[in-house]
Every structure is written in C-alpha cells, then in structure tokens.
Design a protein around this ligand. Sequence first.
Ligand code: NAD
Length: 432
Amino acid sequence: MTIRASSTKGIEGAPQASLYGSVARQFDKAADLMGLDDSIRNTLSMTSNEIIVHFPVRMDDGHIEMFTGYRVQHNDVLGPYKGGLRYHPQVSIDEVRALATWMTWKGAITDIPFGGAKGGIQFDPANYSQREVERITRRFTFALGNNIGPEYDIPAPDVNTNAQIMAWVLDTYVSTMPPHERQACTHVVTGKPVELGGSLGRDKATGQGVVFNILEWAKDNDFSLNGATYIVQGFGNVGSWTSRLLRRFGAKLLAVEDVTGAIVNPDGIEPGELVSHVAGAGGVRGFDTAEPISREDFLAIKADIFIPAALENQITAETAPRLNVRLVAEGANGPTDPDGDVLLKERDIDLIPDILCNSGGVIVSYYEWLQNKRSEFWELDEVDKKLSRRISSAYAKVREAAASHDTDWRTAAYIVALTRLEKVYNERGLFP
Ligand code: NAD
C-alpha cells in the first residue's frame, strides 16, 4: 500500500500542498525505489498518537486566555519518542505530523535508539511577557501529563524555545511526580541548561552537525572552506551557531535573512558581532556593518553555500530558480519542498538533506539523555568527537545509498533510514 498525500489512507486530511504532503511524496519516492515491504510501509505511513490539548492560562493583567498545544508521536520502534517543541503562530497538526515523522527518519539514519515526535503551541511568544511564557509552558506541560516522560517521550528545544523553556518543562514535570521518583526524571527533556543536567555542546549541536556535514561534502568535492562564501536564512540557534562555526574555517558570511529582514555585506559579516546585535535588537535588521536588502535579492546572492535555518517551504518552484549557490545545507526542517528538490537537481545544486544535515541536535540530545541516565558529565571534546564520528558515518551511508540507487541525496537519506526501520520491524515481528 502506498502512502499518498491525496489518498485517504495514512495521510488523513493532508492535501498535496501540506507539509505532511511533502513528507508523503518524499517517503513514496524512496519506498518505491527500495521496494519497501508493503506492511511496513503502511505502518510508517501513519502517526502512532496525536495529542491536542486546549488549556487556560492566566495573563499578567488577570484575564484568562485559551491556548492550543500539540504533541504528535510518529513511531517508537527504535526507542522512546523524541523531538522538539515549537512556539509559533503557524504550528498546526499538519506541521507537527510532518516534523514528528522526520524525527523518526533522523533517529534511524544516525543509528540512535530514539523514535520520532514533535510538539508545539500555536502562539507567538514575542507577544507575551516572560512570566506569561513561563505559565503557558508550565500549563502545557501539565496538560500533556504522562504523554511525555523520560523513557517514553522526550521534548527538546525548537523554533522559539530554548534551554530556559526546557527547564520549566522539567520543573513542572518532576513536580507532578511522587517525591521518590523525581531525581530519576531529569532526562524528561534535553537541551536543558548545563547546570540542570544539560550536556556541554547541546546548544551548538545542530549547527555543529551542519558544519561537520559541510566538511564531509567539502572533502568529497575537493573544496576548500577557506575563503568560501555562505548565506544563512534564520539566525537563531541553528543559523547563528552554523555561522560562527563555519567562520572558524575561514569561510565568509555574505548575507543573513531573519524574520526582521535581510542584510548583506560583500566584505563579510562577523557572525559573533551579529549574535550580539540580535541579542539586543531582536533580529538582524539594523546591524551597522551591513546593508539592508530585499528577500528576493537575498536569495539570488552568489555564494558557495546556502544554509536555510529558519522555517519550512523556503526553496520552492518559485524560489529555487533564483538560487546562485553550489550547495544547500539544510539546517532547518523541510526548507525545500518536492518541487524545489526537482529544480535543485536540474540545476546541479548539491543538497545535504535536513534529516542528515541537522541531525546533530538529536544526536547530542541522545548524549545528554545518556549522561543523565548514567549520572555522568562528559567533557565538550568527548561530545564533539562522538558527534563528528556519528555524522561522518551517517553521511557515508547516504553517499553510498545515493550511488547504489543512482538517486538524489534526500531519497538516499530516506532509503538509509527506512532500511534500518524495515530491518527492526522484520526482526521484531508484530504482536500478537
Ligand atoms: P530559533 O527560534 O532559534 O530561530 C529561528 C530563526 O528563524 C530566527 O532567526 C527567526 O527570525 C527566523 N525566522 C522565522 N521566521 C522567518 C521567516 N519567515 N523568514 C526568515 N527568517 C525567519 O529556531 P532554531 O532552533 O534555530 O530552528 C530553526 C530551524 O532548525 C527549524 O526548522 C527547526 O525545526 C530546525 N532544527 C532545530 C534544531 C535545534 O536544535 N534547535 C534541531 C534540528 C532542526
């Protein structure tokens, strides 16, 4: 049985234009090419659990507002559900389904014992005070109750969430546990502050993983990063860390776009200085050693590498023809839609697909979870070395699948992930 965005089987209510529709098209292409077992195909084409909660929160002025939150658990055959929490007005069941499904592929591709999940709240935290965001987070965690848990489903940061928000989730979750179980629950979230059991290197992990992937690509293509140019969309956790870490190899950041606008400096933008500016100004707009440009001009800048690190559906049939780069390294989840993929391939632009490129975050989340379970604390160089080895190994598997199936890298990445899942299903069989 095939999973099709337009069918009623598997992808219920997902129109072709939806994000989950994109997942379906990517999945179908890989499953057809590798000849994925039909029953496993059916199983993976549906999410396991979809939790939608509506919950009240008291605002600073005393009035009560209702919020809608989601947690979608796609698959746990490889281990506990795992995935971030996103706070954004566009969060929807369709988006969270897609993001949860990608998490399953990410765990599979990197050989970590995690399944896939994702969640979020449909609101813009910029419109609320810090105390309100704390109460919204705590009330959402309480509403989820035992639908999350350290050995069951483990949230982490994503768009507009961070270590502080993970600390509130942790504190709320353990406060609802019986006293004798509380100390055993700190691995209910990853991406926590280091003082609360977070891992060194988790903050930069996704960006670090993007850079390790780019280094592998550079090796394969005999390409020197020294003097290479790059442009970055999104300058939050992923975009800013990728920029800072690439700079260390002598690469030059030409332009950045975020929600406040786009800026360019042909002589190069210092990522560290831009981080300080964004911390004060809330976005890249107004950075004094760069000029503002339009979004259209940003996408057309000639550079070696484009790193989308914001939201999904940025590289499409409309925007892909404008790109003027050799490589797209997907820091974000789902930045390229299936039409964009076709055009990138036609234009000979290389792609490191999201489920490989941004997997550093979930890999180091796994290391954080392991450290918590073992009451250990690893040095940063140990975390980085382990991350580097795991990314190199996943990258090599995708390269090999692309060659052996004569296909594009996104499809190859899916094939690597689905091959592992198929093996596990075949070995486990099905209860009863
Ligand atoms: P973040 O909230 O720290 O940063 C998001 C950035 O995107 C901000 O700079 C924001 O201004 C920008 N942005 C938002 N809307 C935009 C728009 N319409 N146009 C241009 N820029 C816009 O989020 P993050 O954690 O860096 O996540 C970014 C992407 O990376 C997301 O797709 C996320 O799912 C993915 N990702 C994050 C992690 C992680 O560890 N944080 C791991 C894997 C993947």
